[in-house]
Design a protein around this ligand. Structure first.
Ligand code: C2E
Ligand code: MG
Ligand code: MG
Length: 562
């Protein structure tokens, strides 16, 4: 073994030079440990990152005690003893070191024992940081999620307080680039973005490529520290500059989700989910922006998911816990009962009575509004049919969501329902909220026309809550405009809104439609609002929403009208 002989003849200074030269072409730290006299020589680079007092250390066992993670020391010491005594001729261990800031670093140490001139047993080898050895992504040259997870696992366990921030970055229109320009263009964008990110973070900050078009920046506090928001802005700027350089031949934006605190006691799974949630929030809020993870918003999101699950279960159990309540609608001329609005209620084992303001949007988001909407429609139609025996001109109002309009065959459903139940179409009024109405599309216009031709009336609900617009009224050709309680409350408080309501009602009348005023609670409110000349009134003053049986007893079987 000539190289060993050469080594034996070399001075310490020469060996050190060899180590330093070889060190330049390796990420690993070279070392020579003289087991006989307990002396350690390590590459200079290692002394910068780990608490070695110098590159040559005598009484190395003592020094190692401050470099090696305390509970791993015994295992290392036992293995080195075997090398020293001749029981083993090689060393291959994965264990932990502590860096100069006391943070845990997983290392892989490999070495071979050789015998020197004076019979000294020397262990010669390398120490590599496992976190830096991850397999690179071929497209971007970055490490992948598996490595991120391993690294974060040890960091979260041993030094969670050292983490400054994690930023998950996603391309807003990646799918579109892939679809329109091909996968190669997609890869190019990924490479470009990886470059943009690396350019804008300190050298000590880690960047990983995650699934598809996502990247993760991990600042575990080794450098001077950067502000997450500033990093994001710089990345945005660099991307914009690149687009300009390429004469806007390709354009993309990125969103980011940042996790800044609460790393103690958090698992890798959680930080992955939290950053994903924050990134999705940024995308939901309109993309091309950064969102910082907010625990409260996340808890609300989780609760919504859970409510959605409960809703689905209850729907699948034959609409368990759902009930249709009815609220009286009276004529403004004589306050006699002329109809009712069907209002959905949901009572769940876990959540108790949940407000429609909470569960209706969840039903809409999940598409569950379609089966439940059918349920309400059939319940309401049957009930109306029955109540027409008391009041022949009785009509029932059923709320309709835009999701039902866009994603189900409403016309067929309504027709089928009234035919089966034997209800005349004039008795059914479909209420559509104004706020969900995005734009008139030809299919919807056709539907409105069809309904009209079949004598089913439409009501424009929640008028005054958002985009109050007479154009909608004309487009949906609504027979009724329902003025929302919030608008009525404002009108009761100030003259300006009162005058607006008054003018709106005149305008609605001039268009040949009628007005139902919602949310009248008190006698005085009624008296004041009556001067604006509504045609119908609905409010607690005349009756709250109640179950069908109670409604029948209270408002239909009783001799007096409500
Ligand atoms: P909406 O269609 O505007 O229904 C009127 C709401 O105002 C009802 O709230 C009713 O209880 C309430 N209200 C009526 N009079 C008064 C009053 O004098 N004072 C006060 N403070 N409130 C009054 P509810 O039942 O909580 O329903 C809220 C919303 O949920 C409804 O607003 C409707 O948009 C939606 N919704 C309810 N049931 C259904 C349904 O079956 N399908 C769909 N798509 N939406 C529904
Ligand atoms: Mg309504
Ligand atoms: Mg309303």
């Amino acid at each position: 073994m000539n190289y060993l002989r050469a080594l034996q003849d070399m001075s310490l200074e020469q060996i050190r030079s060899v180590i330093e030269i070889m060190q330049q072409s390796s990420d690993a730290y070279m070392f020579i440990l003289d087991l006989t006299v307990d002396t350690y020589m390590v590459a200079e680079k290692a002394t910068k990152r780990f608490p070695f007092p110098s590159i040559v250390i005598e009484n190395c066992s003592d020094t190692l005690k401050s470099v090696v993670y305390p509970s791993d020391y015994e295992m290392l010491s036992a293995d080195l003893e075997k090398c020293r005594s001749g029981e083993k001729d090689g060393h291959a261990l994965e264990y932990r070191w502590l860096d100069r800031m006391g943070r845990v670093v997983w290392i892989s140490c490999r070495g071979t024992v050789v015998t020197g001139t004076e019979g000294h047993r020397l262990l010669i080898g390398t120490v590599s940081e496992m976190g830096k050895k991850a397999k690179a992504d071929n497209i971007t040259g970055l490490r992948r999620e598996a490595r991120l997870r391993l690294n974060m696992e040890s960091t979260l366990r041993d030094a969670p307080e050292s983490v400054r921030f994690l930023m998950r970055i996603g391309i807003d229109n990646f799918k579109e680039i892939n679809e329109k320009e091909g996968v190669e263009a997609g890869d190019e964008v990924l490479r470009e973005l990886a470059e943009c990110i690396i350019k804008n973070v300190e050298e000590t900050v880690d960047v990983y490529r995650l699934v598809a078009d996502e990247f993760m920046i991990v600042d575990i506090g080794e450098g001077k520290g950067q502000d997450a928001g500033a990093v994001y802005k710089e990345i945005q700027k660099t991307i914009a500059a690149m687009a300009k350089n390429k004469e806007y031949s390709r354009f993309y934006t990125v969103s980011a989700g940042v996790l800044k605190e609460g790393f103690s006691g958090t698992t890798v799974e959680e930080i992955m989910r939290f950053t994903e949630f924050a990134l999705n929030e940024a995308k939901r809020n309109g993309r091309n922006q950064m969102t910082v993870f907010d625990r409260k918003a996340y808890d609300v999101y989780l609760e919504r998911l859970d409510i959605r699950k409960s809703l689905r279960q209850d729907i699948n159990h034959d609409f368990r816990g759902f009930e249709v309540y009815y609220q009286p609608i009276v004529s403004a001329t004589d306050y006699k009962l002329i109809g009712a609005e069907a209002l959905l209620r949901w009572k769940n084992e876990k959540y108790g009575c949940v407000s429609p303001a909470v569960f209706i949007p969840i039903l809409e988001e999940s598409g569950l509004i379609i089966p439940i909407g059918q349920y309400v429609l059939w319940e309401a139609a049957r009930t109306c049919k029955k109540w027409k025996e008391y009041i022949p001109a009785f009509h029932i109002n059923v709320n309709l969501s835009y999701v039902q309009l866009y994603k189900s065959d409403m016309m067929r459903d309504v027709e089928h329902c009234i035919q089966e139940v034997g209800l005349d179409p004039e008795s059914l009024v479909l209420e559509l909220t104004e706020s969900g109405y995005i734009e008139t599309n030809e299919r919807i216009k056709e539907l409105f026309k069809d309904l009209k031709s079949r004598k089913i009336d439409l009501a424009l609900d929640d008028f005054g809550t958002g985009y109050s617009n007479m154009r909608y009224l004309k487009e949906i050709d609504a027979k009724t405009v329902k003025i929302d309680r919030s608008f009525v409350v404002q009108a009761l408080r100030n003259e300006y809104d009162y005058n607006i309501i008054s003018h709106i009602i005149d305008m609605v009348h001039s268009l040949g439609s009628v007005v139902c005023m919602e949310g009248i609670e008190e006698k005085e409110e009624l008296a004041k609002m009556m001067a604006t000349r509504p045609d119908m009134i609905q409010g607690y003053y005349f009756g709250k929403p109640t179950p069908a049986e109670q409604f029948e007893k209270k408002f239909l079987q009783a001799t007096d009208s409500p």
